[in-house]
Design a protein around this ligand. Structure first.
Ligand code: SAM
Length: 320
């Protein structure tokens, strides 16, 4: 275990042991018993996620010989950890002051939370997303936001810093990977469930309507379409519905653009039968229930008649 922690430090990926210990808490207790010094070195990082402080402590720490993997026993570890600390020491970002009433741009926050591009990424957002969200936030007043698909919980963390006063909600089929307390700290109400399961959607929608809904879940075309339509059925999105990364296509599946064309066609003709016929082509086993419900009652998605759609890079932004 000591070598595992050491390797994570060495590779600049301490988030791995955060994840490991949050899913295996007894191992953390074991480390406390076996190597209290090492435990004390990493413990503050759980609360602060401050990589600079972690590597600063690591650079002055005396590692037991048995904690150091054989290959690194000759390495100048102190020097290496000082270099890591310097790499993470992105002064301008780390010193960002989250003062009340002043907002820090979303991209700036994501960079703060993901100090080294290309390493393990805590918030899975790219520059195209930063620009899209800042553009939307400059136009729309947001009091509530639901994100579907949270992975590490990093984007929830970023939303909380960017929008300190909004009501945050999260839906995912898994608990947040890596850090089980992240949603509690970010005061985000979490529902564990699937974005294509009607009863799970209804569960999260007891708190709706949300001003913004972001679908950053499986990225499967059928899921993106039917989750969106189910949110329309539930009248759960008040202002903007965003589908991130619509370019990803499963082998043999129609692309999201085919759906987009069908929707445009439907908006111009209001021919529900043709739209249902098109929709049917996208149905998969796990989206059949949502499809059947809509096919039996097109009135339930009447509000898509007039919604306005705009692409930001490969994300679709739908104005209700
Ligand atoms: C791309 S990650 C989310 C990244 C996060 N929003 C960020 O920006 O850091 C995708 C997440 O979607 C979740 N997911 C996949 N299929 C899902 C489904 N059917 N319903 C809900 N969540 C799903 C996965 O568990 C994973 O946590």
């Amino acid at each position: 275990m000591e070598s595992f922690v050491f390797n994570c430090l060495l590779e600049g990926l301490p988030q791995r042991f955060l994840h490991f210990f949050s899913t295996n808490p007894s191992e953390l207790d074991k480390l406390k018993d076996d190597d209290f010094g090492l435990y004390e070195l990493i413990a503050p990082y759980y609360k602060t996620r401050n990589l600079v402080a972690l590597y600063s402590r690591a650079s002055s720490f005396s590692f037991k010989k048995e904690s150091i993997p054989y290959l690194h026993q000759e390495t100048n570890i102190k020097k290496l950890f000082i270099e890591m600390m310097q790499t993470y020491e992105c002064t301008e970002l780390i010193n960002t002051d989250f003062q009340q009433g002043q907002f820090v741009p979303f991209g700036h926050i994501c960079k703060l939370l993901n100090p080294i591009p290309g390493r393990e990424t805590y918030v899975l957002k790219r520059p195209a997303h930063f620009w899209m969200y800042e553009d939307i936030l400059s136009r729309v007043k947001v009091d509530s936001l639901l994100e579907i698909g949270i992975f590490y919980g990093g984007s929830t963390h970023a939303w909380r810093l960017r929008l300190p006063d909004v009501k945050l909600y999260s839906l995912d089929i898994h608990e947040p990977l890596q850090d089980s307390k992240i949603l509690e700290r970010c005061q985000s109400l979490f529902v564990k469930g699937s974005a294509v399961n009607i009863s799970d959607i209804k569960k999260v929608c007891t708190n709706s309507p949300f001003d913004i809904v972001i679908d950053d879940a499986s990225h499967l075309v059928a899921h993106q379409i039917f989750t969106f339509l189910q949110f329309i059925v539930e009248k759960a999105c008040r202002k903007i519905y965003i589908i991130e990364d619509v370019n990803l296509v499963d082998r043999g599946q129609l692309s999201f653009m085919n759906f987009f064309q069908s929707l445009i066609h439907y908006q111009s003709t209001l021919n529900a039968n043709v739209f249902i016929e098109h929709l049917q082509k996208f149905v998969t086993d796990d989206t059949r229930e949502i499809f059947a419900q809509i096919a039996n009652n097109m009135e339930s998605i009447k509000s898509i008649d007039e919604c306005k759609m705009v692409f930001y890079g490969d994300s679709l932004c739908i104005h209700m």
